[in-house]
Structure formats: structure tokens, C-alpha cells
Design a protein around this ligand. Structure first.
Ligand code: SF4
Length: 307
């Protein structure tokens, strides 16, 4: 908890729903308010056909400023590193923990689903931290809302800090909301996993079925076990380095010549140590710059297909 910062009452979406229902809101009212929040609009935004004063109960309308304040406490940007084609955001949650979100090219945002990660990939700074706590669905949605306050968002990828399959219920709740009230196309929601079997069972049962991205890292089982010990990105303190562009291009050509469709993920701004978990690590050791004072190109926590 940050000194002087009040906790949010809505760590879980269920608490938000309960607050509205206690004020007399019916499901249609809750849905209207949810849509406004997920679209980063004022909660009393209403629609083109119907102003909120003709729709929402008076008690709900009177409570909207407090509801807005509580939602705002879920997540706030404490450092923003803008680049030419995106920005990396360090986001503080209500209890003072921090996660990273990345604004991606072409209307994408990469969000975090856990604080730390239990997978412990040997090349990942987030994995080095171990799992500290789960990120709630409300906190994941809040990351998207922060992104939408900065620009349009048409695509959400769960490739930030954490392994989404280890926080499956909360991630699926967030995906369901983003694909409905959030207005994001289902295939523009990307669930990235190291390959937990529970994902393959649960995803087909969902109302909103996201695209699935599986991180192999190696087709050699032994090497993969070494790299992903519990089923990491080049960092100064670790023994891994990103291959050169020439090596990546040669590998892609080798695969392509053998009929294997291959895309090279386009990470930007390798020069600012912006890989997954590095911004948070720098914040924890006190070396992170305050918002908008440090400028530079960014490395993405998620790749962008070149196509
Ligand atoms: S690369 Fe992903 S799965 Fe592996 S430790 Fe880092 S956050 Fe976890």
C-alpha cells in the first residue's frame, strides 16, 4: 500500500457489481456502466439515443462520482516511456504493487496478468521475481482502460508479466468482458501461454474464445525444460542475448525455404532495457525515471507479426 493512497474497493469485479446492485441497479444498468468504463468514457456517458438521466436510477447516478473514483484507484500510470510506435507503462495497483503494460503498434495493448511469475523462465526478469500475487480481472480491465485513455485500443494481448494460465479464472473473466462490453473482436484478444493443458480444456467452453499463442522457445524438449523450468528476454544480469537480425533472418529463410510459414516478431527499442519485468525491476531498485522524463524507443514484451 502506498502511504496516503486509499485502497480501491473494487479489487474484484464482483464487488463492483454488488455496489451497483445495492444501489438498485438492474443488469441493464450494470451493463451500461460497464460499457462506459471499458470504453474509457465517463460512467454517465449514456448513449446516442438515451442520456443516462433517462435510464439510470437516481441513487446510481448520485453514486457515479464515487464509483468513478474507486475504479480509478484500481490502476494508475506512475511511469510512461513513450516511443515512436508505442509506449511502455509502469502501472501501480491499489496495494502499491506494480505491473507493466505496453502500447503496441496498430491499436494493440499488452497487459499483465500476474505480479511476478512462477514459470521461472531463465531468460525473464519477471520469472526471476517468482509469483508475488495474482492480478484480478478488474485490474486487467483497468490496464486496458488506461491504454484507452491514451489512444484507441482494438487488440489486447495477454503477454505481459505472468503466465495467464496460472490465473485462468480471472483472465477468462477479463477476456469475456473485453470481448463483449469492451467491444474488442474475439480474435483480437490473444491468450499467450507456455502451454498449460487447462487452457486447451477451458478455452473452447468460453463465450468469447480468444486467439491462442503458445511460447515454444525451443523444439528440443531438454533445452525447453532448461529454459522454462516450470513450464525469460535478454537482461544484463542473465546469460542470454537476443540473436542478431542477420541470424534471425537466416533462420526464417531456412524455415521458409522448407515450406514452414514463419514470421519474425518485431520487437522495438532494445536499447532501453524494456523487456518484460525490466521496467518494474528498475522501479524497485530506484533507477526508473519519473513519468515522461526519460524518452527512448521501446522494446515490446510481445512481438508483432511483420505481416
Ligand atoms: S517469459 Fe512469461 S512465462 Fe516465462 S517467466 Fe517470464 S512472464 Fe513467466
Amino acid at each position: 500500500m502506498i502511504a496516503g493512497e486509499p485502497d480501491s474497493r473494487f479489487m474484484q469485479l464482483a464487488e463492483f457489481y454488488q455496489s451497483l446492485q445495492a444501489l438498485g441497479a438492474k443488469s441493464a444498468h450494470v451493463d451500461r456502466i460497464l460499457r462506459a468504463w471499458l470504453q474509457a468514457k465517463p460512467l454517465d456517458a449514456g448513449t446516442r439515443r438515451q442520456a443516462s438521466e433517462n435510464f439510470l436510477p437516481l441513487a446510481v447516478r448520485e453514486a457515479l462520482p464515487e464509483l468513478t473514483a474507486n475504479l480509478g484507484k484500481l490502476a494508475r500510470v506512475i511511469a510512461e516511456h513513450p516511443g515512436e510506435d508505442g509506449a511502455r507503462l509502469l502501472v501501480a495497483l491499489a496495494d502499491g504493487q506494480t505491473v507493466e503494460s505496453v502500447l503496441l503498434p496498430r491499436g494493440g495493448v499488452c497487459i499483465s496478468s500476474q505480479i511476478g511469475c512462477a514459470v521461472g523462465c531463465t531468460f525473464c526478469m519477471t520469472g526471476k521475481q517468482g509469483l508475488l500475487r495474482q492480478v484480478s480481472s478488474a485490474e486487467m480491465i483497468a490496464q486496458v482502460v488506461l491504454a484507452r485513455q491514451r489512444r484507441a485500443v482494438r487488440r489486447v494481448v495477454f503477454m505481459g508479466m505472468g503466465e495467464p494460465s496460472h490465473n485462468l479464472d480471472q483472465v477468462l473473466e477479463a477476456i469475456n468482458l473485453l470481448g463483449t462490453a469492451g467491444g474488442i473482436g474475439h480474435k483480437n484478444l490473444v491468450f499467450s501461454t507456455v502451454g498449460d493443458l487447462r487452457v486447451f480444456e477451458r478455452l473452447p467452453q468460453q463465450r468469447v474464445i480468444p486467439a491462442l499463442a503458445i511460447s515454444l522457445h525451443s523444439t528440443d524438449a531438454g533445452l525447453r525444460r532448461h529454459l522454462l523450468p516450470n513450464a525469460d528476454n535478454a537482461t544484463a544480469s542473465l546469460d542470454y542475448r537476443r540473436p542478431s537480425v542477420a541470424a534471425l533472418t537466416a533462420m526464417a529463410r531456412h524455415l521458409h525455404d522448407r515450406g514452414i510459414r514463419t514470421t519474425v516478431r518485431n520487437s522495438v527499442g532494445q536499447d532501453v532495457d524494456g523487456g518484460c519485468g525490466q521496467l518494474r525491476a528498475r522501479h524497485l531498485d530506484g533507477s526508473v525515471a519519473p513519468p515522461r522524463q526519460r524518452r527512448g524507443v521501446l522494446v515490446q514484451c510481445v512481438g508483432e507479426p511483420n505481416s
